[in-house]
Design a binder for this molecule. Structure first.
Ligand code: TYD
Ligand code: MG
Length: 449
């Protein structure tokens, strides 16, 4: 019998009977991969046993058991601990520390749970070596280097673990599907198999996923729909700070972040990100300003650095690392027009120290002051924190959670906090920090630089 095949887009999962250079659904090039169609035998996740609709008031929610992971930064991102029977996808660049994080929590989880660590990437030997470095001694952790889903299912049935860690979904293979590991249909099949295992047996499953060059988890978007929680581990390979972020969480908020630092003995938690991000800050540095961004419920202070230098080619260069480039372009235009600083013909570089990414507009005023400081070649007083959004006419605009931000600045020993004028009316008094309302960027630049 002739085998039927179909072409599936590895970006969006769009199917086509013919090969195409460009996916008609998502527009990506060279993403259509041929896969053999099998007679449909494997239904997608069925929840046994059959059940009937229930009144919401009658549903027993006490079944949701939270388990600490021994890492409060991870617990926070998970929404207050690991939910038993949940299905967690962890994505991130290679070498960012996904395997390290998951192996590291085994020591604590192993005190109460049986764990099966399935790796398609490393040999038991390699995992053992890493485990030794991380100080993993628990008796409750079993390591299985295998990629064949049939064997893995057998091992799970035999071992009956409470927690399964799968590293990574792109290496796992269902041999009945005629495509290679990492293809869309393999990823879908493997994920739905693990989902069935998680939901039917109330086993918690961690699934590691690789990311594409755009930073999305490789494979169809449907992967993220299937799981309960999607975590992204991000950060610079050159920097030691790592940020864990939830982009989807059925059991908690997605705003919280966890901050870690990669050290020789594995990941350590950074309980006070402001302190870590501000450490090593030189005094009287030109082009530097401290801003405050809300990361979930936590205010985080970060240092913005800007460099303005004469353009040597026709078009000025603008580069950012951390802040959004378009936002910085807008702020440069506002400064040119509204503050009398003629920076249009200069190159501008803006950076957030520590590899932190910030997208909050409350950092606008800090960016403007850092740029102006570099332009005027004068440094800001090192006790200043600048908070405020900047509008197109150069006015400052209100920001949320202002008191929490000022409090954080006060706690970290800063002496002056610039805030939007509009926020200043109903603000409580602070003892150790002077709060100065600012109406327009021109006022701030002329007064403090
Ligand atoms: P890893 O967890 O293997 O990354 P991923 O699984 O996301 O690809 O991260 C490994 C990196 O971290 C590697 O480059 C070495 C470094 N590392 C340390 O610095 N200290 C350690 O204790 C460990 C285990 C790794
Ligand atoms: Mg790994």
């Amino acid at each position: 019998m002739k085998q039927k095949s179909v072409f599936i887009c590895s970006e969006c999962g769009n199917q086509s009977p013919k090969w195409m250079g460009k996916c008609t659904m998502c527009g990506s090039w060279n993403t259509m991969e041929e896969e053999i169609i099998l007679p449909s035998s494997s239904p997608v996740a069925s929840f046994s046993p059959p059940s009937s609709p229930k009144k919401i008031a009658e549903i027993d929610s006490s079944a949701e058991v939270r388990q600490g992971t021994g890492m409060s930064e991870l617990d926070r991102v998970l929404g207050g601990g690991l939910v038993k029977g949940s299905f967690v996808l962890v994505g991130g660049d290679p070498g960012i520390g996904k395997s390290t994080l998951l192996l590291q929590i085994c020591e604590f989880l192993g005190q109460t749970s049986k764990i099966l660590y399935v790796s398609g990437e490393e040999s038991p030997n390699q995992i053992k070596l890493r485990g030794e470095r991380l100080g993993i001694t628990t008796d409750n952790l079993k390591v299985y280097s295998e990629t064949n889903m049939n064997y893995i299912k057998n091992a799970i049935a035999e071992e009956n673990p409470d927690i399964i860690i799968v590293d990574s979904v792109q290496t796992m293979l269902n041999p009945e599907i005629g495509s290679s590991p990492g293809n869309v249909s393999q990823i879908k099949d493997v994920t739905s198999s693990f989902m069935r295992i998680a939901k039917d047996n109330n086993i918690t499953v961690f699934l590691v996923g690789h990311v594409t060059k755009d930073g999305a988890i490789a494979g169809p978007k449907i992967l993220e729909h299937m799981v309960d929680t999607v975590l992204y581990f991000e950060g610079d390979n050159q920097q030691s700070y790592r940020i864990l972020r939830a982009v989807k969480n059925r059991f908690g908020s997605t705003n919280e972040i966890g901050v870690f630092e990669m050290e020789a003995g594995g990941l350590s938690q950074v309980a006070n990100p402001s302190e870590a991000l501000l450490s090593g800050r030189p005094e009287d540095s030109i082009g530097s300003c401290i801003c405050c961004s809300m990361e979930g419920t936590r205010p985080v202070l970060a240092e913005i650095q800007a460099l303005i230098s004469p353009t040597s080619f026709g078009n000025p260069r603008r580069m950012t690392q951390g802040p959004d480039l378009n936002r910085v372009l807008m702020l440069l235009a506002v400064m040119e027009k509204q503050s009398g600083l003629h920076i249009n013909s200069y190159d501008a570089y803006v950076n957030i120290v520590g590899g932190f990414k910030i997208s909050e507009t409350a950092t606008d005023l800090g960016i403007v002051l850092a740029l102006a400081s570099s332009f005027r070649n004068r440094s800001l007083d090192k006790g200043i924190v600048a908070i405020g959004e900047v509008g197109l006419t150069g006015e400052t605009r209100s920001v949320s959670f202002l008191e929490g931000r000022i409090q954080e600045a006060e706690k970290m020993g800063f002496t002056t906090c610039l805030i939007p004028y509009i926020n200043s009316k109903k603000l409580r008094k602070f003892e150790n920090i002077e709060v100065i309302p600012v109406k327009h960027i021109k006022d701030a630049i002329n007064k403090f630089l």
